[in-house]
Design a protein around this ligand. Structure first.
Ligand code: PHE
Length: 339
């Protein structure tokens, strides 16, 4: 029985077979139990010895059964490990990842630049009020310059903002000048009733900028604008300021950068001027400060509004502004950074 039993245990190569062997050897109806049940047939003086040997054998079988079971489980785990082995030296499969939108490439870059100079970044609502977009910005209801921006009105007071300049008023109202100068940029979407074509979109992106403190000069504005242009377009790009008009700045300027296409000589893209307009700016109008409760005899500042689409068009040589808003992955994929 002993020899036979041990051989059977050895032969069992999986868990199921091993269980069968266990039942057969040490189970309730197994060989050993049978012997114990038939003890009365054994001569009384031999019973003790037989009982002892049966117990010994059962312990041995149990021990062997447990050992074999452990081996089987170990082998199974090992096999599983082998099957799931990963060769970490093989090149990985690149998942399909999206790319940053070109306008956000410009925006994130500029934001980082301004944060580095201590500006705060604010975001105003896209559905704005006439109050902030116009009235607070020195554009009362009957002001002719309202026509400069073809505005989508929702009702007489609410509109889709046609410029981010309302952010200026919102921040000015709240700023505590006892705690230091105000320096902010406010990026975001704006909307205008323009017919879409290669250079116009009814929705585009602006970044407002505002600095207010004592003794802020036009020189500060010029330096800041030149720095933006050189940061985005490279140190060699020439810039110039042209006088302009905005109701919320006085004096007002527009900045041009020298045309990339013809390198300043003149071509259809710059309408043979050699220059391309990229932003509007100026010294904050005293009325804008007073409207927000800021004493214009003490404080002054400059403001600018960057057309981020314009920046992106020029920087990346895009010839149709609509490409930014039609989500064609073939277009967007060109801006993927390989790493
Ligand atoms: N808001 C102006 C525009 O949309 C740009 C601007 C901003 C001009 C700030 C001056 C100062 O055209």
């Amino acid at each position: 029985l002993r020899k036979d039993g041990l051989a059977k245990i050895k032969e069992a190569t999986d868990e199921k077979k091993l269980n069968e062997v266990r039942v057969e050897l040490v189970g309730k109806k197994g060989e050993l139990t049978k012997i114990l049940h038939s003890m009365k047939e054994v001569a009384p003086d031999k019973r003790r010895e037989v009982g002892q040997r049966v117990n010994e054998l059962r312990d041995l079988f149990n021990e062997q059964l447990d050992g074999t079971k452990e081996e089987i489980l170990k082998a199974l785990a090992q096999k599983k490990l082998e099957e799931e082995r990963i060769d970490v030296t093989l090149p990985g499969k690149r998942g399909h990842v999206g790319s940053k939108h070109p306008i956000y490439l410009i925006l994130d870059d500029l934001e980082a630049l301004f944060i580095g100079m201590g500006y705060q970044v604010v975001q105003g609502p896209e559905i704005e009020t006439d109050h902030y977009v116009f009235e607070m910005m020195n554009l009362p209801k009957d002001h002719p310059a309202r026509d400069m921006q073809e505005t989508f009105y929702i009702d007489s007071e609410n509109l889709l903002r046609s410029q981010t300049s309302g952010d200026q008023a919102r921040v000015l109202e709240k700023h505590d000048f006892a705690k230091g100068p105000l320096k902010m940029v406010g990026p975001g979407k704006v909307y205008r009733r323009d017919d879409d074509d290669a250079t116009h979109s009814h929705q585009f992106m602006q970044m407002e900028g505002l600095v207010v403190d004592k003794h802020v000069t036009m020189g500060d504005l010029k330096g800041t604008l030149e720095m933006i242009a050189k940061h985005v377009f490279g140190a060699d790009r020439a810039t110039r300021l042209r006088p302009s008009y905005f109701p919320f700045t006085e004096p007002s300027v527009e900045m041009d950068v020298s045309c990339f296409n013809c390198d300043g000589k003149g071509c259809p893209i710059c309408k043979y001027t050699g220059w391309i307009e990229v932003l509007g700016a100026g010294m904050v109008h005293p009325n804008v400060l007073e409207n927000a409760g800021v004493d214009s005899s003490v404080y002054g500042g400059f403001a600018f509004g960057v057309g981020l689409d314009r920046f992106a068009i020029l920087k990346y040589g895009v010839d149709d502004i609509r490409d930014f808003y039609t989500n064609d992955v073939r277009f967007l994929g060109q801006f993927r950074k390989e790493d």
